[in-house]
Structure formats: structure tokens, C-alpha cells
Design a binder for this molecule. Structure first.
Ligand code: FAD
Length: 398
């Protein structure tokens, strides 16, 4: 079997890794001219964590992960108003949690790829033709290739989804926020942040900082807006929107890199009635983005890729494999999407009353015995999606 994967993000790389390990011929087509260096911090836990362990990559992931002790919510003058104990949170997910920068996770996945995997950068997919029992893929470098299956792992604004399933507006649900992330360097803020995730405890918009190695910091920003349209100049928009926030924010905005190095997007989910059509299937954010409100998109991308690879190599036909993959993964992501939407008002309070209520909720969360149920309210049900596949049992679609 030959599989073409569109997208060398976390999901595409995890799929390439698992498929190639299981003996499948894999070509990865990536639009970017090289590995992406911009990114943000990811809390990594859940089924993707299980998958990475199963793939033998957990030690490498843990090697580049960061130690975060707590998320501190600070008012405009830098006073700590509430906190989330990461150590307790880690305990509530069985200690199976780490914080890792997205480019570092991609680097680990790329470095672990079997040498048989053909990764082509600067090869954005521009055309897809279903030939019945095969698929023909055209890429921006002018190449055409044929494969038994094309997998669209090309993210929330997927080209494969648009080409095969129709316009983005049919599937994208704007959740009422914009988000941004950038990396900058500042010794003083770095020292103040320490091993914490320091986040402004503010209404309608928040900016937070993680301390990185080499004196750097990863800034994360989110604000409420009903308008999904993105600004032309991300840095200018950040300065205009967040400039009035206190604490270290003005200093960070002054050091924000040019817009090309800033991640900026709307916060959205993708919901589709079906994830495959003929010899094309989608995985990860392209077909089930859960959004950063769920805090598990990367984990679910890797887990979905793992399940898809297992099904493709165990099932009697590609059709059966695609049906089984969707049947297993869909209930898990649907639940996470619902939990994320329910939690939107607490994620970023829209008024003073909700801000105070969230502070109270976070104080209560520190009481003994309440950490686990409250963590479950934020992260949803735990799932054995990946661990259930252990032992080689074939899971068929009903
Ligand atoms: C601010 C923020 C914080 C987050 N925090 C967390 C967290 O704490 N925990 C967590 O688990 N998740 C988190 N997420 C979600 C997580 O980052 C995403 O769900 C995950 O990165 C999706 O991976 P993906 O590979 O499916 O898509 P992407 O990361 O979008 O990768 C898609 C790839 O496809 C490529 N591509 C696009 N179009 C084409 C084309 N036409 N041809 C070829 N290649 C193409 C892109 O260049 C890219 O490399 C967060 C997201 C954001 C924005």
C-alpha cells in the first residue's frame, strides 16, 4: 500500500511514523518550504500521549518538554489572583502530562521517522483526482503522484477538505475568539515567570507567558470577538488589542517579532458528517479540530493518526479501515468539542461577575478530593482509544 499524506504537522508526521513503522510506503507533501519554527506551548496528555509512548517516542518527547509548576493568574498589577496547580493536574491524568512547544514536538516526530519516509517540503497539494481504486495528487512543485490513499492532515484550513468535501464555511464553527502566539526574549520577564505559566486574569482578553530555555518566552494571547476575519498585520492587531493590558504585556508587545513570525488565527472547531470520500480521508484538525479551548487538539491529532494507521494495516480493505477509524475516533472528539464549547465562558470571562466566579472556582479546585472531578470537567472523559488497540486485536466497523 502507498499512502500520500498532505501536511507535515503533528498529525501528518505521527501518521507517517506509524504507517512506515508498520511497513507502508509513505510520501509526505508539505506546503511550507521547511520545518515550521514558530509555535506555542502545548499541554500534552490524553490519548496522544499514549500513542507517542506506543510509538517509542515518549523519552524523546520528555527530553524536550518543559517543567511547568503552575498557571498563575495575575491582575493588571501582577498580583496573583488565582492559580492552577499543574502538579495536581498532572496527577489527575495519572501523571501522564507534559508541556512541550509545538515545533519541538514536530522535531521529535520528524527525527523519529523511518528512513523510508519521503518528506517533500515546498510541495503544497493543489489538486486531487479520485481514480476509483487510486488517487492522483498534484502539488505546487509541479509533481504528480499516485497513491492508494490520500490523507489530508493539513490542519483547520485544509486544502484537501476544500478540494474534496467543499468550502470551509460548511464545516467551520467560529467560537468567538481570536488567538495568537509568538516567541520573544526578555531577561526580566523571564526571571519573573520562572517555571510558571503566567496569565493575566482579565476580562475579554488575556495574555500569558511560558518561560523557555535560552532566556526566551512563549507568549499566548486570546481575546473575544464575534468577527472571524483575520487582520492583515498580526503584530499591529496584537498591539492595538492588548496594549491596554497591564503587567508585562506592554513590554512583551514591544518585543513582538514581525507578523510573519506570529501565529494568529480565529478559534474554531471543524465538524463534518463524514471524514472520508473514496480514496481520500482526513485526520486531525482538518476534520475534527477541537480548538485550544479543549487543550487536546495535538493529542487527538496524534491519537487519530495512530488509530488510522492501525486500521489501515489490520483491516481487510481500505474502505473497512476508514469506517473503523471514524467509528472509533468520532465519539471521542465529539465529546471533547462539546466540553470545549461548554467551558468557553470560563476559559475567558466576558464580564466582572464571571471573572470573580472563575477565581472562586479555581480556589475551590485546590480543596482535597476536588482536583480530579474538576479536572475532568475541563478535560472531559478519559479515553482508552489508543491503549484498547494494543495486543493486535482487529477492530472492525459495525
Ligand atoms: C494557541 C494554541 C494552543 C494550543 N494548545 C494545545 C494544547 O495545550 N494541547 C493540545 O493537545 N493542543 C493544543 N492546540 C491544538 C493543536 O496545536 C492542534 O490541534 C494541532 O497542532 C493540529 O495539528 P495538525 O497536524 O492536525 O494541523 P496543523 O498543525 O495545522 O498542521 C497542518 C500542516 O499541513 C500543512 N499544510 C496546510 N495546507 C497544506 C497543503 N495544501 N499542502 C501541503 N501541506 C499543507 C501546514 O503547513 C502544516 O504543516 C493548541 C492550538 C493553538 C492555536
Amino acid at each position: 500500500m502507498k499512502v500520500a499524506i498532505c501536511g507535515a504537522g503533528i498529525t501528518g508526521l505521527a501518521l507517517a511514523h506509524r504507517l512506515a513503522t508498520l511497513g507502508v510506503e509513505v510520501v509526505v507533501l508539505e506546503r511550507a518550504s521547511g520545518p515550521r519554527e514558530q509555535g506555542y506551548m502545548i499541554d500534552f496528555f490524553g490519548p496522544g500521549f499514549d500513542a507517542v509512548e506506543e510509538m517509542g517516542l515518549l523519552p524523546q518527547v520528555e527530553d524536550v518538554a518543559y517543567q511547568v509548576d503552575e498557571a498563575s493568574l495575575l491582575d493588571e498589577r501582577g498580583r496573583r489572583r488565582a492559580s492552577i496547580d499543574y502538579v495536581q493536574f498532572a496527577k489527575s491524568v495519572g501523571g501522564r502530562l507534559c508541556s512541550i512547544m509545538r515545533p519541538d514536538l514536530e522535531r521529535v516526530l520528524r527525527a523519529g521517522l523511518p528512513s523510508t519516509v519521503d518528506v517533500r517540503f515546498g510541495a503544497g497539494v493543489t489538486g486531487v483526482e479520485d481514480l476509483g481504486d487510486r488517487v492522483r495528487v498534484t502539488s505546487a512543485d509541479g509533481e504528480t503522484l499516485e497513491a492508494d490513499l490520500l490523507v489530508g492532515a493539513d490542519g483547520i484550513h485544509s486544502t484537501v477538505r476544500r478540494l474534496v468535501f467543499g468550502e470551509e464555511s460548511r464545516y467551520l464553527r467560529h467560537l468567538g475568539f481570536h488567538t495568537a502566539a509568538f516567541v520573544f526574549e526578555d531577561e526580566e520577564i523571564r526571571a519573573r515567570v520562572g517555571e510558571r505559566f503566567c496569565l493575566t486574569d482579565t476580562i475579554g482578553m488575556q495574555m500569558g507567558f511560558y518561560g523557555l530555555r535560552d532566556g526566551k518566552l512563549a507568549a499566548f494571547a486570546v481575546h473575544r470577538t464575534t468577527d472571524p476575519a483575520l487582520p492583515d498585520d498580526a503584530r499591529a492587531a496584537l498591539r492595538a488589542t492588548y496594549g491596554s493590558l497591564g503587567w508585562a504585556v506592554p513590554q512583551a508587545l514591544a518585543l513582538c517579532p514581525p507578523s510573519g513570525e506570529v501565529y494568529y488565527d480565529q478559534v474554531a472547531q471543524i465538524e463534518m458528517p463524514s471524514w472520508s470520500r473514496g480514496r481520500v480521508v482526513l485526520v486531525g484538525d482538518s476534520c475534527y479540530a477541537v480548538s485550544l479551548l479543549a487543550g487536546q487538539g495535538a493529542s487527538l491529532g496524534i491519537a487519530g493518526a495512530f488509530v488510522l494507521a492501525e486500521q489501515l494495516t489490520r483491516s481487510p480493505s481500505i474502505e473497512t479501515a476508514l469506517a473503523a477509524y471514524e467509528e472509533l475516533v468520532r465519539p471521542v472528539v465529539t465529546e471533547k468539542q462539546q466540553v470545549a464549547r461548554r467551558g468557553a465562558r470560563w476559559f475567558l470571562p466576558a464580564n466582572r461577575f464571571l471573572l470573580q466566579a472563575r477565581r472562586f472556582f479555581l480556589h475551590v479546585a485546590h480543596l482535597p478530593g476536588l482536583e480530579r472531578p474538576l479536572a475532568a470537567a475541563v478535560t472531559g472523559k478519559s479515553t482508552a482509544l489508543v491503549t484498547n488497540l494494543k495486543g493486535g486485536a482487529e477492530i472492525r466497523s459495525r
